[in-house]
Design a protein around this ligand. Structure first.
Ligand SMILES: CC(C)(COP(=O)(O)OP(=O)(O)OC[C@H]1O[C@@H](n2cnc3c(N)ncnc32)[C@H](O)[C@@H]1OP(=O)(O)O)[C@@H](O)C(=O)NCCC(=O)NCCS
Length: 214
């Protein structure tokens, strides 16, 4: 007798059987890439503590502070994919959809239990995880992002899964470039950025290799 499980299994199998061989190969490659990204994502800890900060998964309760801090042109103009203006729907979409994707591992940065910004990785197939971050403007200039980035990098290297990490910043973004070089990232070159809210402005590419002794 067919069980629910058999049926669940049967539907996707029938769908792929209707595809041509090239489409089947593409679907398989996509599924494999998703699985690989999820494995990398899930190897990272759920919670990272540093001297002053706790990094943890974003939660629905962060949305009011997230929206208040992210709705800032001075932040959006430095990032390729932060909507501006930033609405409550964007905040909910970030917590409920983007943060759940297998190729994303964002952490809410909290200071004294207060949401102050975001730091995390995006996983691209066959490439090192890409570091990204932003901090609410009232908290700038106190070493918070340097501390958050250091905590996340140490956690990533502790998994032994990522021999290299990458990052990029607008050529004009001195603050972010300082955060990266302080963390040990090496300047790898410059080029046009992705089209997004920054519309291809020039960016600097950085990489950080796991120290051999760590
Ligand atoms: C860039 C950003 C994350 C920096 O966060 P922060 O917590 O203020 O950074 P830190 O205090 O850890 O500063 C790190 C270093 O950069 C320097 N720095 C910080 N902001 C700077 C700025 N605007 N211009 C020049 N140097 C700056 C600091 O003096 C510090 O160097 P020091 O230790 O030698 O004094 C924050 O300004 C931000 O979120 N900006 C908008 C979004 C953004 O740019 N995201 C990154 C996209 S690639």
């Amino acid at each position: 007798m067919a069980t629910l499980d058999d049926d669940d299994d049967f539907v996707p199998r029938r769908r792929t059987q209707l595809m041509g061989p090239a489409a089947q190969a593409r679907a398989l490659a996509e599924a494999t890439a998703k699985l690989a990204a999820r494995r990398q994502r899930d190897a990272l800890p759920h919670r990272i503590e540093t001297a002053r900060l706790v990094l943890r998964a974003p939660i629905r309760g962060d949305v009011p502070d997230l929206v208040k801090l992210a709705d800032n042109k001075a932040i959006a103009e430095k990032l390729s994919r932060l909507p501006h203006p930033y609405t409550r729907a964007d905040g909910i979409g970030f917590v409920e959809i983007i943060a759940q994707r297998p190729d994303e591992r964002p952490y809410a940065i909290t200071l004294d239990d207060q949401f102050v910004g975001v730091v995390g990785f995006t996983f691209h197939e066959g490439q090192p995880p890409e570091l990204g971050y932003w901090l609410g403007e009232p908290y700038w200039g106190r070493g918070i992002m340097s501390e958050a980035v250091k905590g996340l990098i140490e956690a990533a290297f502790a998994t032994r899964l990522f021999p290299r990490l990458k990052a990029r910043a607008l050529v004009s973004n001195d603050g972010s470039r300082n955060v990266l070089t302080k963390a040990g990232f090496i300047h790898m070159g410059e080029g046009p950025g992705p089209t997004g809210t920054n519309m291809g402005k020039p960016v600097v590419f950085y990489e950080l290799e796991q120290p051999k002794w760590s």
